[in-house]
Design a binder for this molecule. Structure first.
Ligand code: COA
Ligand code: AMP
Length: 630
């Protein structure tokens, strides 16, 4: 694997042989526009062909490609490779008939139904660029993404089904369209029986009717560097970053990971419990397993409560999954409801060979719990929307690297991971620093930020020339294992969902009664982190503080979405600032978490922290037992 760093061109050219190309590449690693690198330039291929048609041609037509299991709707469905190929080809025909051309963007705002995966593949089939928006985001967030991606068409559904009730996707979509400035002329809407919706004859078309009327279309070969998708992720501000993934490098990298990281062969089953709105869902609910000729399980439900903490074990056992992948938060939720693991014993889990965790730091207790009760290795691996696949982890298919609990394994091929100090000097093993990756990144990682080259450069490539700045801090230990500790920016991770505190602050500050606001993440036993907001009211404000807080909580829910789980907000007299005016969020976070904290040397007015400590003491009396500051 070290060849991927010492001779990446040879390593990745060999891996690329596993993909079907319409035209071979001219250059494996194109450095002509460094530090923006491109892979397999000159090559032409189609990702949908590699994910579907080629497997039918190779005799896998009758093998299940996608199994859908939806406890929230009480439905299941299985699509063979032949059936999925046909459904995708027809949907691609419907997109064409609606005027979608190669290079056009298509926004997909859908719940976890098979049609959502078909939508992604149908776009790929005709060279359209999909942008899936997670259903837990509210209309204004969807509107931001519509305005940035400027889609020719939107694919959506009448509703989603959450344990707390039916989510009116069509209502949210219509509201987003009324907020967006980019005009969207056409929407294809999937009617779900749980809650049908009215269609606007000017703009909306019924999904089933459109597909029935369409002719199936063939895969269109595109350049290896042609964008396959844009996936928006949170940055430090409320403006999301559109991560662009290409066709060629992505297909090559995911193909490699399926066998080598996940140890899943063609014909075997992978169950990834995530959502297609996140990168994990893109890579391991849809593209990875299908490119590999495996069977993917798509699950519409929660780890607990749909109906209970046995849900994942039932799915693994029922469909004989060999690899299972979820977020640590889901594992913690299961453990909370079933601490003895009683449910695990109810199912035959002999098919399961490995359990993969990512999305946030795995807490060692939960990892040990799962290892003990499941009797299979539990692999934490670290990755980001930007990279599309694991930066560090364990190659279950190649070598039996011992698991080091608390770490996220060792760098994967092509990633030269280093902990750097503020000046960019590599730190000795075991010292905490900013985690950076030496350029070039391997294939399948971000090709660009959608139409924003300068932000790409500034966010990732400027602080340490020659490196990609990951945004995470951590350690590379003496054995080469990577330990990811926390973000170095204002991004937080709530139940495995990446969110911008800056975005929440913008919503709070927009309120006419709010002078300023600070939002930071506080520890939570299940969700890992939860946002907490501190606000300072305008001097003219003389209303009811509790009513204002309630209104602000609702505002964040309406403008960012329920997924932000913004429920803690308090009024404080002032915010602590440095002398240069920067809010001391790190200190606030430590105080709220009841960690030890020191008075920052740069603080403008130290008395503010005493005032805030008093507010936290009132909120959580345990804080009073501890010294106010060390
Ligand atoms: N569409 C609409 N609303 C959604 C949604 C979706 N796709 N997903 C979540 N929401 C809503 C939920 O209904 C909930 O709303 P509520 O405040 O009205 O109850 C809110 O967003 C928060 O949802 P969630 O984060 O799922 O919290 P939860 O308390 O319902 O469940 C867990 C907690 C831990 C079970 C759940 O967060 C989980 O399974 N997380 C795993 C995340 C994951 O897979 N991440 C991908 C990275 S690998
Ligand atoms: P996302 O882009 O939504 O996948 O979120 C990526 C971020 O989640 C990373 O930058 C990390 O902060 C965090 N993350 C993902 N996987 C891990 C992991 N295995 N350990 C620690 N943090 C992780």
């Amino acid at each position: 694997m070290s060849q991927a760093v010492t001779d990446p061109v040879k390593f990745w050219a060999e891996q690329a042989e596993a993909i079907v190309w319409d035209k071979p590449w001219d250059t494996v690693l194109d450095e002509s526009d460094a530090p923006f690198y491109r892979w397999f330039t000159g090559g032409r291929l189609n990702t949908c062909y590699n994910a579907l048609d080629r497997h039918v041609e190779a005799g896998r037509g009758q093998q299940p490609a996608l199994i859908w299991d939806s406890p929230v709707s009480g439905q299941t469905a299985t699509y063979t490779y032949a059936e999925l190929t046909d459904a995708v080809a027809r949907l691609a025909g419907a997109l064409r008939a609606a005027g979608v051309e190669q290079g056009d963007r298509v926004v997909i705002y859908m719940p976890m139904v098979p049609e959502a995966a078909m939508a992604m593949l149908a776009c790929a089939r005709i060279g359209a660029i999909h942008s899936v928006v997670f259903g837990g985001f509210a209309a204004p967030e969807l509107a931001k993404r519509i305005d940035d991606a400027e889609p020719a068409l939107i694919l959506s559904a009448s509703c989603g089904i959450e344990p707390s009730g039916v989510v009116d996707y069509k209502g949210l979509l219509d509201r987003a369209l009324s907020l967006a400035t980019h005009p969207v002329k056409k929407c294809l809407i999937l009617q779900r029986e749980k809650q049908r919706c009215a269609l606007d004859p000017e703009k909306d078309q019924d999904w089933v009717e459109a597909v029935a009327a369409a002719e199936p279309v063939d895969c269109v070969p595109v350049d290896a560097t042609h964008p396959l998708y844009i996936l928006y992720t949170s940055g430090t501000t409320g403006r999301p970053k559109g991560i662009v993934r290409d066709h060629g490098g992505h297909a090559v990298a995911l193909q490699w990971t399926m066998r080598n990281i996940y140890n899943v062969e063609p014909g075997e089953v992978m169950f990834t419990a995530s959502d297609i709105g996140w990168v994990v869902g893109h890579s391991y609910i849809v593209y990875g397993p299908l490119i590999n000729g495996s069977t993917t399980v798509m699950y519409e439900g929660k780890p607990v409560g749909t109906p209970d903490a046995s849900a994942f074990w039932r799915v693994i056992s029922q469909y004989k999954a060999k690899a299972f992948f979820t977020a640590p938060t889901a594992l913690r939720a299961i453990r909370k409801d079933d601490s003895d693991g009683q449910w695990i014993g109810h199912y035959d889990l002999s098919s399961l060979k490995a359990f993969f965790l990512a999305g946030e730091r795995s807490d060692p207790d939960s990892v040990r719990w799962a290892e003990r009760l499941l009797g299979v290795p539990v692999y934490d691996h670290w990755w980001q929307t930007e990279t599309g696949w694991a930066i560090s982890g364990y190659s279950a298919g190649i070598e039996a690297l011992p698991v080091k609990i608390g770490s996220a394994g060792k760098p994967m091929p092509g990633y030269d991971v280093q902990a750097l100090d503020e000046d960019g000097t590599p730190l000795p093993a075991g010292e905490l620093g900013n985690i950076a990756i030496k350029l070039p990144l391997p294939p399948g990682t971000m090709a660009a930020l959608w139409r924003d080259r300068e932000r790409h450069r500034e966010s990732y490539l400027t602080q340490y020339p020659g490196y990609y700045l990951s945004g995470d801090s951590g350690i590379v230990d003496q054995d080469g294992y990577v330990h990811i500790m926390s973000r170095i920016d204002d991004v937080i991770n709530v139940a495995g969902h990446r969110l911008s505190t800056g975005g929440m602050e913008e919503v709070l500050s927009d309120h006419p009664d709010v002078a300023e606001a600070a939002v930071f993440g506080v520890r939570d036993a299940t969700k890992g982190q939860l946002p907490m907001g501190l606000i300072v009211t305008n001097s003219s404000f003389n209303g009811d503080e509790q009513a204002l807080v309630k209104e602000l909580i609702q505002r964040v829910r309406d403008q960012i979405g329920p997924v932000a789980a913004f429920k803690q907000c308090v009024v404080v007299p002032r915010l602590p600032k440095t002398r240069s005016g920067k809010t001391l969020r790190g200190t606030l976070r430590s105080m709220a978490n009841q960690d030890e904290w020191t008075m920052p040397a740069t603080i403008d007015d130290p008395t503010i922290l005493e005032e805030i400590a008093a507010v936290f003491d009132r909120l959580n009396p345990r804080a009073a037992d501890q010294p106010p500051h060390a």
